[in-house]
Design a protein around this ligand. Structure first.
Ligand code: NAD
Length: 254
């Protein structure tokens, strides 16, 4: 069954990790995928692979985001799904005691302001259609505190979660569903490389995951495809947690 047959889907941050896996999954379920990334090379490669379209866009730039969504509707006639997923987690975002205003502002801009722009310019198109599904990528750190702090990142994802809840409530009677995705740690190449170099850092985190491993990007993509599809027709304003049991755990298996 192709749940997303003929739907037009925009994915930001489609060039890598969760966005890349979701582009593949959406295409496999029948969607036409607009692959958005700040990186031309990665974005073009995924668009070609899934038979979609690449649009270069810095999601933290208002004009570019407006042009992105208006352009998609001009070219394809509709906008069914927006997966607002692009985000950053830079090394200079750390404990509040050492994190500077530059890192704070950069992370908030790319992770939270971008979601504000993407929702602002996607929703009017969905209002005209009387239907649409928006999925904003938050994180499990929007729900739990970490002693291994990345303070701007955590605050940025808390903002995504609260914003999504409010938008979901506001537009619920117009047929637009807006949900936040809260993934646990994902085994993206960057993270795996970091943890391979620093096994103690990996162990410090893995002990808290009941399943004892990080997620594969495809496992997160499966959850996004569900939220995007009509199978999730009674879900909106939710925090959809896909975390291997982390947020449910007190003591984990040995
Ligand atoms: P990733 O780094 O593998 O991919 C992110 C993509 O976004 C890249 O292709 C990058 O070029 C693009 N991007 C970055 N800044 C951009 C901008 N300004 N405009 C457009 N594109 C931009 O990341 P990922 O691990 O797949 O994470 C995707 C999302 O999931 C992020 O929002 C991240 O915070 C969130 N998340 C990740 C994890 C994890 O463990 N990987 C866990 C929870 C939440």
């Amino acid at each position: 069954m192709e749940r997303l047959q003929d739907r037009v889907a925009v994915i930001t941050g489609a060039g890598s990790g969760i966005g890349l896996a979701t582009a593949r999954r959406f295409a496999a379920e029948g969607a036409f995928v607009v692959c958005v990334d700040i990186s031309d090379k990665a974005g073009k490669a995924v668009a070609e692979e899934v038979g979609g379209e690449f649009v270069a866009c810095d999601v933290s730039d208002e004009e570019q985001v407006k042009a992105l969504f208006d352009g998609v509707v001009e070219r394809h006639g509709r906008l069914d799904i927006a997966f607002n997923n692009a985000g950053i987690s830079p090394p200079d975002d750390d404990s509040i005691l050492v994190t500077g205003i530059d890192a704070w502002e950069r992370v908030l801009k790319v992770n939270t302001t971008s979601v504000f722009f993407c929702c602002k310019y996607a929703i009017p198109h969905m209002q005209r259609q009387g239907k649409g599904s928006i999925i904003n990528t938050a994180s499990f750190v929007a729900l739990l505190g970490a002693a291994t702090s990345q303070i701007a990142y955590t605050a940025s994802k808390g903002g995504v979660l609260a914003m999504t809840r409010e938008l979901g409530v506001q537009f619920a009677r117009e047929g637009i569903r807006i949900n936040a995705l809260c993934p646990g740690p994902v085994a993206t190449p960057l993270l795996m490389e970091l943890f391979a170099k620093d096994p103690e850092r990996a162990a410090r985190r893995l002990v808290h995951v009941p399943m004892g491993r990080f997620a594969e990007p495809a496992e997160i993509a499966a959850a996004v495809a569900f939220l995007a599809s009509d199978d999730a027709s009674f879900m909106t304003a939710s925090q959809f947690v896909v975390d291997g049991g982390i947020t449910g755990a007190y003591v984990t298996p040995l």
